[in-house]
Design a protein. Structure first.
Length: 104
């Protein structure tokens, strides 16, 4: 992992709202009328994310989502006209591996 990658990850995790957003993405779509991803039923639609944060503007939500995608913490999945988001487990595994190197 490069220094730049770790800086992006730290930036992604360094905001309380983004931590809440990650938790919401991790929990998946739940009971909803929003479209469900055909390739990843655990992925969540931005409509569901916005429902969890009613005072958040659409633009601000997508800004935070893009930071998480850039940090490789979240996958962005496009299916037709819909976009879904899911946790990128490999991104979190890279944090664990990186942190093991600090101990050595």
């Amino acid at each position: 992992m490069t220094k730049t990658n770790m800086e992006q990850i730290i930036k992604g995790l360094g905001d309380p709202f983004r931590l809440k957003l990650l938790e919401r993405i991790k929990n998946g779509p739940g009971e909803t009328n929003s479209p469900i991803s055909k390739t990843n039923p655990n992925a969540i639609c931005p409509l569901d994310l916005r429902a969890g944060f009613p005072t958040m503007t659409k633009e601000r939500l997508f800004y935070h989502l893009q930071l998480l995608v850039s940090a490789d913490l979240v996958h962005k999945i496009r299916e037709g006209r819909y976009t879904y988001y899911s946790i990128n487990r490999e991104g979190f595994e890279s944090i664990i591996e990186w942190s093991k190197g600090i101990r050595d």
